[in-house]
Design a protein around this ligand. Structure first.
Ligand SMILES: Nc1ncnc2c1ncn2[C@@H]1O[C@H](COP(=O)(O)OP(=O)(O)OP(=O)(O)O)[C@@H](O)[C@H]1O
Ligand SMILES: [Mg+2]
Length: 223
């Protein structure tokens, strides 16, 4: 499903290039639930953003479902993102002033799905995360955990093959974090691929496989 080979990425600060990923090679099978851990600054988000086609590598090859991502145009990448990938981030990325249902519908708006069908699927996705009774609340009227569940409903609405999550429980209390992980576990049971960054071992424990990054290289890969 995901095949990375010798991925390198650096950021320039002034005149100096600061290496962030130093040759990461990794294969993730379809249906795997993978956690990425490592110290702050070790390159976890950078790697996840490359896997999520949100950022490009400097060198190396990345094949996603047999598509060579490195040689894909930005427009084609947007199609891959919308068709195959769902995203959940630590900082709530909902639009605060529109209601939960319309937030969840957004990927379908981009995909050109008709309004009635969007509404039906958004309500179904909100029901799946237990928030059907909050569909008309604006994001600003929801608690942090509820907002994160809306973000998950939005990530799931396209039925993406791969869910990309960067610290999805980073700003939540323990009980809500475990609720969110139960949703991920259910996704995993449905055969979806999940790649999640976390720094909390008890959250990583929900995954089948834990990849440890340090200084931009894979230090350990545990199954
Ligand atoms: N857009 C950018 N421009 C310049 N440097 C960047 C940029 N994004 C990340 N970096 C640098 O790259 C390194 C890795 O960042 P990254 O966000 O991947 O770390 P991380 O492992 O996700 O850390 P954290 O656990 O704190 O989220 C850091 O030193 C960071 O300062
Ligand atoms: Mg990060």
């Amino acid at each position: 499903m995901i095949a990375l080979e010798n991925i390198a990425k650096s950021y320039s600060r002034g005149d100096v290039a600061i290496p962030v990923l130093n040759g990461v090679s990794l294969e993730i099978d379809s249906g795997q639930f993978v956690a990425i851990m490592g110290p702050s600054g070790s390159g976890k988000s950078t790697l996840l953003n490359i896997i999520g086609c949100l950022d490009r590598m400097d060198s190396g090859t990345y094949r996603l479902d047999d598509v060579d991502i490195g040689s894909t145009s930005d427009d084609e990448l947007a199609v891959v993102r919308n068709g195959k990938l769902g995203f959940v981030f630590q900082l709530f990325s909902l639009i605060p002033r529109i209601n939960a249902r319309r937030n969840v519908e957004l990927p379908l708006v981009y995909a050109g799905v008709a309004a009635a069908e969007r509404r039906r699927r958004a309500i179904a996705a909100l029901t799946r995360v237990g928030l059907q009774d909050r569909a008309d609340h604006t994001a600003a009227q929801l608690s942090g955990g509820q907002q994160q569940r809306v973000a998950i409903a939005r990530a799931l609405i396209n039925e993406p093959a791969v869910t990309i999550a960067d610290e999805p429980t980073g700003s939540l209390d323990t009980a809500t974090s475990h609720d969110i992980m139960h949703l991920f576990t259910e996704l995993h049971r449905l055969g979806k691929t999940i790649v999640m960054v976390t720094h909390e071992p008890e959250i990583a424990a929900y995954a089948q496989r834990v990849i440890h990054l340090r200084d931009g290289v894979i230090e350990r890969d545990e199954r």
